[in-house]
Design a protein around this ligand. Structure first.
Ligand code: CTP
Length: 427
């Protein structure tokens, strides 16, 4: 495995070596585990470093966070910790039981030994491998469940027969990994998955855990693939009985994907989209507002997420007609779209294919959104206006005029304000 570690991007390799040195200095052997090892072997980029420390993982996490000058979250009760190492880099740390060695500096040939308990708790063989990063043993693969064979054979396999009963969210995880890597859930695992589904295990698990796995599915590069597979294996009743992922719904998800790509390539400087939320809007589109609100409350979605999910349902026929008209003025387009989240707007663009609607949204992102007026509160003050709700009204009117091309320069804005005040035309 050393050759794989050598191929890591420079920053990540530096981090692994730093952890390795810290482990040696503190006589606390450390192993890379889980998805990081899986992706290392597959040659897939992964910035979530998962490590197991033999002994006190909490103490090690504190030391490591100190070295990295990074924030650390400790879960003392579980002996786990999480370090945000800057950028997208994250380090999850777990503790394993301590093994006593005959001579302290001499590491034994770890096969499964100290890691067995940790690895056995994991979901699939491909996620249950470890790599030692300890001196004298650096780069050695610890593969108790033939995970590497399954990676090569492209199989998703659980570690023991009650795995799906112990943790039903693994039903969704199995599908996610299968579809992400183009693998196959192997027959015995598939049989046990179906048995767990027949027992309605996904309905019995804590809803927020299902939510988290659903979000992970929607964050996949191509979420439609796992969703179609889930439809075939378990159906989508664990979200809501009214969901069937019909051909029409699949088309909407595809359209959402292409609109997300459109936004990313045309507006790279705008804020990053919560694309999973757009996919969720598409998935829940056949449902009414009440059903969506009830899903949000069962899944304990955040208020901001619920607001965005529901907003697209509130934009009725009049809204869409106005947005689809060739003659709707820029200021009106701005007024329609400004209160909505980017996610909601992208979803609308995915659902409605009208040429003018799409053009208006394009103009909104490209021109209208973010357009500012020259005048400031100080300018209004100089004109003798006392601060108050007036200010907002004036700003809005001037911005509207600017969007419609009626004023351009600051002088023109001031002249417009003069006219507004004179005619008391502050609407
Ligand atoms: N894990 C598990 N059962 C779960 C969740 C996680 O066994 N229900 C284990 C797996 O070994 C997994 C590791 O915890 O590899 C980390 O979990 P997570 O970050 O969710 O998965 P990754 O494998 O890192 O997958 P991804 O690439 O999607 O981040």
């Amino acid at each position: 495995m050393k050759k794989y570690l050598d191929k890591l991007p420079k920053e990540m390799r530096g981090l692994v070596l730093l952890i390795s040195r810290l482990a040696e200095a503190n006589n606390a052997p450390v192993y890379l585990v889980g998805g990081f090892v899986r992706d290392l072997i597959l040659g897939v980029r992964n910035l979530d470093l998962d490590i197991v420390v033999e002994g006190d993982g909490i103490k090690f996490a504190e030391l490591l966070a100190g070295k990295l000058d990074a924030g650390v979250t400790l879960h003392r009760r579980f002996g786990t910790a999480s370090i945000n190492a800057g950028g997208h880099l994250k380090i999850d740390i777990a503790s394993s039981r301590l093994e006593r060695y005959p001579a302290p500096a001499h590491l034994p040939e770890v096969t499964c030994g100290v890691l067995k308990d940790d690895l056995l708790r994991r979901d699939f063989t491909i996620n249950a491998m470890a790599i030692s990063i300890n001196r004298g043993d650096f780069g050695r693969l610890i593969d108790c469940f033939r995970g590497k064979d399954d990676l090569i054979g492209e199989k998703i396999r659980i570690l023991h027969p009650v795995s799906f009963i112990d943790d039903p969210t693994r039903i969704l995880r199995a599908v996610r990994f299968e579809q992400r890597y183009g693998f196959k859930i192997e027959p015995v695992t598939l049989g046990l998955l179906k048995e767990a589904n027949a027992l309605k295990m996904l309905q019995k698990v804590q809803p927020h855990r299902v939510r988290d796995e659903l979000i992970l599915i929607l964050k996949e590069e191509r979420p439609l693939l796992p969703l179609i597979r889930i439809k075939g294996l378990t159906g989508l009743g664990f979200i809501n009985d009214g969901l069937s992922l019909s051909k029409g719904a699949q088309g909407l998800l595809e359209s959402a994907a292409s609109q997300i790509r459109w936004f990313r390539s045309n507006f790279p400087k705008r804020r990053k989209l919560d694309s999973w939320l757009i996919y969720l809007m598409a998935l829940l589109d056949p449902l009414n507002i009440r059903s969506i609100q009830s899903i949000c409350s069962r899944f304990a979605m955040r208020k901001g997420e619920e607001k965005r999910l529901v907003a697209c349902k509130k934009t009725g026929g009049v809204f869409i007609r106005k947005l689809s008209s060739k003659t709707t003025r820029p200021s009106q387009v701005h007024k329609l779209l400004e209160p909505l989240s980017y996610e909601t707007i992208i979803f609308i663009r995915a659902k409605f294919k009208n040429k003018y609607l799409r053009k208006n949204i394009n103009n909104f992102f490209g021109v209208y959104n973010g357009m500012r007026v020259h005048i400031t509160g100080a300018d209004l003050h100089k004109l003798g206006l006392t601060p108050g709700p007036y200010y907002q009204k004036i700003f809005r009117q001037v911005l509207g005029a600017k969007l419609d091309g009626l004023v351009t320069t600051k002088q023109e804005e001031l002249e417009l304000i003069g006219r507004i005040i004179k005619k008391r035309k502050i609407k």
